[in-house]
Design a protein around this ligand. Structure first.
Ligand SMILES: [Zn+2]
Length: 80
């Protein structure tokens, strides 16, 4: 996994500021527009825009399994 600095934005759910992204599915230097992001603090799901800002998305049948797995893992961790 590789961590990259991205333009700061706040999680739309918990309000924590994000300044870095870690790729979990592929080796890459940068997140790309349209990539999913899962908030490390609360498990909210967002996607990168063309300017790499994060915008909220709702989970549906098209949400990748890897994203759903991360959400479950983060939410289980934050319950303790
Ligand atoms: Zn959050």
């Amino acid at each position: 996994m590789q961590t990259t600095r991205v333009p700061g934005s706040r999680c739309h759910v918990c309000g924590k500021r994000h300044s870095a992204a870690t790729a979990t599915q592929r080796q890459t230097d940068q997140p790309s527009p349209g990539d999913y992001a899962v908030c490390f603090y609360c498990g909210a799901v967002e996607r990168f825009t063309d300017t790499l800002q994060l915008v909220p998305v709702t989970l549906d049948a098209d949400t990748p399994t890897e994203v759903l797995r991360l959400v479950r893992a983060i939410k289980a961790r934050t319950r303790h």
